[in-house]
Write a protein that binds this ligand. Sequence first.
Ligand SMILES: [Zn+2]
Length: 566
Amino acid sequence: MSYQALYRVWRPRTFEDVVGQSHITRTLQNAIVQEKFSHAYLFSGPRGTGKTSAAKIFAKTINCEHAPVKEPCNECSACRGIQDGSISDVIEIDAASNTSVDDIREIRDKVKYASSSVPYKVYIIDEVHMISINAFNALLKTLEEPPKHVIFILATTEPHKIPLTIISRCQRFDFKPISNQAIVERMKTIVGAENVSVSPEAFETVALAAEGGMRDALSILDQAISYSEDQVGLEDVLAVTGGVSQAILTEIVGAMYEKDVEHALKLLDDLIQRGKDPGRFVYDLIYFMRDLLLFKSAPSLEGLLERARADESFLALAESVSTEWIQDAIMQLNQCQQEIKWTNSPKVFIEISILTITNRYHTQEPSPADSGAIDSEAVTRLSNKMAKLEKELTMLKQQPAATGQAQAVPAEKRRQQPARTSKNGYKIPFERIRDVLGQAEKPALKQVQSQWANFLSKLKTANAPAHATIQDSKPAAASADTLVVAFKYEIHCSLFLDNRETVESVLGSVMDRSLTIIPIPDKDWTELRTEYISKQEKPKDEKEEADPVVEEARKLFGDEFLEIHD
Ligand SMILES: [Zn+2]
């Protein structure tokens, strides 16, 4: 027995089977039962949403020997004849291949003859937007004065291409993209009957890839069944669609957000090694991000997700990433998508995008990478030695942070934001740091600074991972019991907190007194320090107050940071 495609075998035969369009089928059924149906319909909507199926079911239902009925019996000779196409009164025309005026004139001429074997002649014109203007005009004449026994059902994916004069003569129904859930339900019914085993993830992924079209869903499912060994799993579906699994997309986005460039690049490399199409990957990533953004903005609209399933790790990711970051990343990826169209080495551009997204997130300031500062030489190096470029970018990134930040933001504005949660979840305790500054003394800081190298080397021996979190930082301010430490990399602040006990205990033993460490990213420290100094300078008009305050600042930072104006 020859194999029949699932979507053919399982073409809906009753209105009940038309999935996800009950707003249409119910209206049609009521009209049919009350025998008040129109003589011309326009079914519009995306491909594979059931337009022509509904049209054929309509034709059967009005012509069924048991009419008026809500559903065709699919048993009587009228139903069967229409189903197998042997009854010539129901005519299906594909306008994509029969678009000439003559074709339509032929319809017009034949329309006037009564139907031969069933009560109604039904013309189903698919892709009706494809016919020419002249053909439309010919059709219009027919639609204006249709014989009572003739029904026209025009179907189209592009209703905007149909003249208004035609549309105005039809009763219009807009078929919606079928929800993923409805597609999954229908597929479950089908594979149940076909005795095939399909994993839940595979179902979901087929539905996502089908983009609301049942025909596409069944066609993908068909291919996945042929491809699979035994049970249809997620990998089979991804292999057939060329898609990237959500687990990997989640991991890559997570890695970029966590600034784990290395991991993100490794995942990309793995995908490409396994033969994934780079363009498809970017496409999938954009849609995944889009869904993430949508979900963050309106979690109740879960049903609108196009590519993603709201599984546990998706929810966790949505929880942690910020809206601005996603928007930024989508823009970056869009740009990447344009760029890779014109290159033989798309991977390099994707790698740069990953770096840029990761990098931009570090500073939330325009970084050199954003302005396209990477030249082709760097691009070549990049593909060979990713790690090296990563370092370069990190260094480049430091420049705007060190120079611009403090001056760019007015002190007033900064003070209105006492605490800021970094995107890694580290909340900088600005008030506590200001308290420390209030009690800080330069000698206390000098003392720590003099022992810092010693402390780092002891820490390295004692606990290398803990050392790694603090090695790029420097003591910024100290009071008797607290030390503010400026961290070069924001991410190290939160990493440090995980190792706080170890670090503080080694520092305590080196300093001979216990010190609580408060981490602060370097740029925030620069900003805070500038703010603090400018605050201290303010009361200088009142002479008697000015001196002790300037003295206080001097004690803290030393003369090199102070400019005292009269
Ligand atoms: Zn029937």
